[in-house]
Design a protein around this ligand. Structure first.
Ligand SMILES: [Zn+2]
Length: 425
């Protein structure tokens, strides 16, 4: 795409200052935002191409901070479960039935659905990274997190990680793909502390992001603190060594205490946070500033304990939203996730909800490359234009509120989305 000056009724930057430009302009060159401001300021200095987006609101493309595109063919396949453990068992059975081609089709369908809902970046857990070489260059900016599990054979952790790194090194067509790769020790009940330690070290060495599932269910909480419950029983049956369970400490406390997770980890869920663990996330604690991804509709599907949003916010966590997968969600719309979060936490204002799917996940540690989730000079030209009209407003502060409110209630499909300056919708 040649350098282009975009014009929109409103440019909502989502930057740290909350700037909004009515009748705004954004200059895009070589996949990046070069300049922005009022149209009347930029237009006189520009002789190149222009594109008028009309009455739309132009904002950063949305960032889905937790997703499993592999399971995009499973919409409606799993009923609301009696227990988290029974859901895992049924998911595993479904996974075994799918062929490689079906997984590839699911990933493609997942990308298309994300794009239709205005998502330009996906932090995606890849359970089958060996399929990556068969994928065409993805539509969206994607971080592929290699899912690491050593539940049955904790002795091969070294080999497992070395294999993952060699695979990435050898086959990644980074020049054509936007995003990168990362590591994801799956969860403390399926990945050993040793695997967490190795993954943390490798991620730091290779400047990769790292993500994991943590404290998702009450069953996981019971397993680690009390060595009991359905998940404990299920995993003991699989011959997982269970000596890290019992004695009252949560997995969060054990992993942080052992130094195998740190504040650079992108943690999905964290639904169970006993008050005695809060010091870990408090200022001066080993996990202060942790990025925590809440998946509101998946949370509702499982009927977990209420998400400790207020406490995490007070502790200074970088709170983001994700969709999780279609094995526990209806669709991959972050707009719907914002509405679900607003329903559960009426005190969340629309600008904060929008930050949870733009600026905040864009600032998640380890995502290299241009800045995401904000329209500022040098940021990725991952841009979204939405046909939504704000209510009347009385000041620039209220304009930000009004625009964010109009976006949160947006229920349609988007028709204009770019990734690195290229139209994908
Ligand atoms: Zn997940």
């Amino acid at each position: 795409m040649p350098p282009t000056l975009l014009r929109a009724r409103f440019v909502l930057t989502m930057d740290d200052h909350g700037r909004v430009f009515p009748d705004g302009a954004v200059l895009v060159r070589d996949g990046l935002v070069e300049a922005l401001g009022p149209w009347t300021d930029l237009r006189p200095h520009w002789a190149g191409e222009t594109e008028d987006l009309g009455e739309r609101i132009l904002l950063p493309g949305l960032v889905n901070a937790h997703c499993h595109l592999d399971y995009s063919s499973m919409r409606g396949a799993l009923l609301q479960p009696r227990s988290f453990t029974s859901w895992i068992r049924r998911l595993n059975a479904l996974k075994r039935e799918l062929s490689d081609d079906e997984y590839l089709a699911a990933i493609a369908a997942g990308f298309a659905e994300c794009a239709a809902f205005g998502t330009s970046t996906v932090l995606n857990i890849a359970a089958l990274p060996e399929l990556l070489p068969r994928l065409p260059p993805p539509l969206l900016r994607t971080w592929w997190f290699w899912e690491l599990i050593d539940i049955r054979s904790p002795r091969v952790t070294d080999d497992l990680l070395a294999g993952a790194l060699a695979f990435f090194d050898g086959r990644w067509a980074l020049d054509k793909w936007h995003g990168g790769w990362g590591l994801s020790p799956h969860a403390p009940y399926t990945a050993s502390p040793m695997l967490y330690a190795l993954a943390r070290k490798a991620a730091a060495q290779h400047a990769m992001p790292i993500t994991t599932h943590l404290a998702e269910s009450e069953e996981e909480h019971m397993m680690f603190t009390a060595a009991e419950g359905p998940l404990h029983e299920f995993l003991a049956g699989l011959r997982r060594p269970m000596h890290d369970c019992g004695g009252g400490a949560t997995a969060l406390r054990r992993l942080a205490g052992a130094g195998v997770i740190g504040p650079e980890c992108i943690v999905a869920h964290l639904n169970e946070l006993p008050p005695e663990d809060e010091f870990l996330l408090a200022p001066g604690g080993p996990l202060h500033g942790l990025t925590v991804v809440h998946c509101p509709r998946s949370h509702h599907f499982f009927g977990h304990q209420p998400f400790p949003l207020e406490r995490l916010r007070t502790l200074g966590a970088n709170l983001c939203l994700g969709t999780d997968s279609l094995a526990s969600n209806r669709d991959l719309s972050l707009f719907a996730e914002m509405r679900a979060a607003q329903h559960a936490f009426p005190a969340l204002r629309a600008p904060e909800l929008l930050a949870m799917v733009t600026r905040r996940p864009g600032a998640a540690p380890g995502l290299g490359g241009p800045r995401l989730g904000q329209i500022v000079p040098g940021a990725a030209a991952d841009l979204l234009a939405v046909d939504a009209a704000p209510e009347r407003h009385s000041s620039s502060h209220h304009l930000l509120e009004a625009l964010a409110e109009a976006l949160v209630v947006f229920g349609g499909r988007v028709d204009w989305l770019t990734v690195a300056g290229r139209r994908v919708r």
